[in-house]
Ligand binder design. Structure first.
Ligand code: C2E
Ligand code: CA
Ligand code: CA
Length: 697
């Protein structure tokens, strides 16, 4: 029979409260440790902690003889448990089956223990006292008790048994065992199984057993049975029944709460690894997959592909960010469809995607397929866009693979991707060791460029601009950098200066020197001018116009004698600041020339609204004129349209008399090119040296 033996009031208090709430003490453990991850309030109460106070404690401190391996998934075991106050109590402990639940769920139930009374003399006052104590206990316990003798006659029963089973006291009083059994059986869902168990137990008189009974009305009882012994002899069997319906419910609730918790944790994990725009994996996911693929030395043979959309900035600038987002989603969808199931794809951010291919996949054909699939017209808000990709591939080498392989691989793919961009976009390039050397060279260039800009080693040369009749009235300043014995081409160092921001300093220096060196020549005739190239990065500076005006004035040059050459890309982002800067310069007389016209994005419709005075037709339009019979309808209509807009037209890259004649015939206003002169230092400009001496005594 079951009685409380715990005399300590705190344990008893906890037990009463738990019984009232019909709650189980539940503890959730980390999978691989004995640390407590979470506890329910019943557990906090039982062990005497503040809410949440059990978290992170070791379960070994609470449950004596804790051995997770021995008991996992098996039936409950008995143990002494320790309260915070120092009191201990007996409990039934159950640990969830590790195959069933990912975390380990420990269920602790305060036990009602069984202590055998000290042997007593029959008829003694001691015995009488014991019997009355037993009776009192029998009636106060929450369990329904039934004692049946070995020959099947009911020899004892408490009133709780009658209440639990709804058996009328008259039936019990009549000791009508058949009627009791009939009443019991008709309430159970599986009466046959119950009967079978009973029969089995009677054939094994010493056996103890625990079982669960389910009722038609939804109740659940726990049935415990043990032999009734008198001195070592079996005289009958004790059956105890406990209504565990509410405990079961609490258990179920706790389980479903756990399930929900787990699902939420999974959702959170999923969220942390997903790119919200495209639904692909994100950088965190990719890093994890890449590192995992290489951590066990199994990385050899994998390929990392880094993908970057070409000219995505223009889509964003011209069509807006929403259109940009839609394009990214469309591309993400197409990319996913092109990679094998064993591959991983993620968006690293912006317009950059990355793919990891496992060994044995033909990365070349995957890359070709990706290029083709993406390079299809897409309709975004009624505008058709033809997107393309630049791709860098890096293969994990089979031999001696370095420790930091994962990050190295991504870096190599990045270098190869950059090479693909440089090689003209819409293509893929596989990383080769030589690319690393180029990168090193670039870094070195950055370094020397930094000191060249600082030490004013870059100077302007001047190329003449010609008119059909009349003398040269304009020179274009072109930056020249003599590196040792050779000249470094401006296309290379200007791009590098733009990328690093040195261009602001360099541009100011070229403007200042061009004005200073050409001032004597300019001062001689107010119709003369110099053209200076400026980069978009300079014009986006808030004080650009102010600085330009003060530079020309400081050198004694009129703003009317300055032409600034800008490229069309400057107007792509519709920046009001850029327009504002150019307008304030023009209001002072500075003229603006649109360089490399025709190869960019501007249309004549657009040109009408821009603060521009001149267009410079790009060299590529001139070079097509090779023979007397050659014609360029595009060139011809560009000249006509520019004139219609009130702009003057300069053609650059004129190399032959034939080209010059053709351009003049088409009405082109100014010509520039090797036919007349390359860019030369200021002191070689005819007539300038003498004037310099005159004005600079
Ligand atoms: P750009 O402004 O279009 O300059 C014209 C380029 O064409 C110059 O190349 C010039 O030397 C070259 N050129 C002139 N005549 C001919 C010809 O008949 N045939 C051919 N094939 N080429 C000819 P360069 O000096 O190498 O400059 C390249 C580009 O570097 C310039 O193109 C300009 O965009 C940029 N750049 C040069 N100096 C500066 C500068 O001071 N500031 C900025 N922001 N950019 C500059
Ligand atoms: Ca130019
Ligand atoms: Ca040009």
């Amino acid at each position: 029979m079951h009685t409380f033996t715990e005399s300590d009031p705190t344990v008893r208090g906890a037990a009463e409260r738990m019984a009232k709430e019909s709650a189980f003490a539940l503890l959730l453990l980390h999978t691989e440790s004995d640390r407590i991850l979470a506890s329910n309030s019943a557990a906090d109460v039982l062990f005497g902690y503040e809410p949440g106070g059990l978290v992170n404690r070791s379960i070994r401190m609470l449950i004596a003889g804790w051995d997770p391996h021995a008991v996992a998934g098996s039936s409950p075991f008995l143990s002494r448990c320790q309260q915070l106050s120092g009191h201990s109590f007996a409990a039934e402990v159950h640990l969830s089956d590790p195959d069933e639940t990912p975390e380990r769920v420990v269920t602790v139930r305060l036990l009602t223990d069984d202590t055998s009374p000290a042997p007593a003399q029959a008829g003694s006052p001691q015995l009488q006292e014991l019997v009355s104590l037993l009776n009192a206990t029998l009636e106060s316990t929450a369990d329904g008790l039934l004692v049946v003798s070995s020959n099947g006659v009911i020899t004892g029963v408490n009133s709780r048994f009658a209440t639990l089973w709804g058996i009328p006291s008259t039936v019990l009083a009549a000791h009508d065992d058949q009627a009791v059994m009939a009443l019991v059986l008709e309430q159970l869902i599986s009466p046959d199984a119950f009967l079978e168990k009973v029969t089995e137990l009677y054939s094994q008189p010493l056996a103890e057993s625990l079982d669960v009974l389910k009722f038609h009305d939804g109740r659940v009882f726990e049935r415990f049975s043990r032999p009734q012994l008198v001195a070592d002899r079996v005289v009958g069997r004790v059956w105890s029944f406990r209504d565990i319906t509410s405990q079961r419910r609490a258990e179920k609730k706790a389980k479903s709460a756990l399930r929900k918790l787990r699902r939420r944790a999974e959702d959170l994990k999923q969220l942390a690894y997903t790119d919200p725009l495209t639904g692909l994996g994100n950088r965190a996911l990719f890093n994890e997959v890449l590192t995992a693929a290489h951590s066990d030395g199994e990385g050899a043979g994998t390929t990392v592909m880094l993908l970057d959309l070409d000219d995505f900035k223009e889509v964003n600038d011209i069509h807006g960010h929403q259109a940009g987002d839609r394009l990214l989603i469309d591309i993400a969808h197409k990319l996913s469809g092109c990679i094998p199931e064993t591959g991983t794809i993620a968006r690293l951010g912006g317009d950059e995607f990355v793919i990891l291919l496992p060994p044995g996949i033909d990365s070349t054909s995957v890359a070709q397929n990706l290029l083709q699939t993406v390079h299809q017209p897409v309709d975004i808000d009624g505008t058709v866009i033809l997107p393309s990709l630049s791709m860098g591939l890096a293969d994990a080498q089979c031999d001696s693979y370095p420790q930091n392989a994962a990050s190295d691989l991504l870096r190599r793919a990045d270098i190869a991707m950059y090479a693909a961009k440089m090689a003209g976009k819409n293509q893929f390039i596989r990383f080769q060791a030589a690319m690393m050397e180029k990168l090193v060279a670039r870094t070195e260039l950055q370094e020397t460029l930094r000191s060249a800009v600082r030490n004013r080693e870059i100077s302007p040369y001047f190329q003449s601009v010609h008119h059909r009749d009349g003398p040269v009235r304009q020179y274009e300043a072109l930056a020249r950098w003599k590196k040792g014995d050779a000249y470094c081409p401006p296309d290379i160092f200007i791009a590098e200066a733009e990328a690093s921001g040195f261009i602001i300093d360099l541009g100011a220096h070229i403007l200042d020197r061009a004005c200073r060196e050409m001032a004597p020549w300019l001062q001689d005739d107010p119709a003369r001018s110099i053209a200076v190239n400026v980069s978009g990065i300079q014009i986006r500076e808030r004080l650009f116009a102010e600085r330009v005006l003060s530079a020309v004035k400081l050198n004694g040059v009129s703003p009317r004698q300055l032409v600034l050459e800008v490229t069309e890309s400057l107007f792509l982002d519709e920046s009001a600041e850029v327009i504002h800067q150019l307008q304030s310069l023009r209001s002072e007389g500075v003229r603006i020339s649109l360089d490399d016209f025709g190869i960019g994005y501007s249309s004549f419709a657009r040109l009408q609204t821009l603060p521009v005075d001149t267009v410079k037709l790009d060299k590529s339009f001139i070079s097509v004129i090779q023979q007397a019979s050659d014609r360029s309808p595009v060139l011809e209509s560009m000249i006509v349209m520019a004139h219609n807009l009130g702009l003057t037209v300069t053609a650059e890259g004129v190399e032959t008399e034939l080209q010059a004649q053709y351009l003049y015939d088409m009405g082109c206003d100014y010509l520039q090119g090797f036919l007349y002169s390359e860019a030369v230092p200021a002191h070689k400009i005819p007539g300038r040296a003498g004037q310099r001496q005159a004005s600079n005594p």
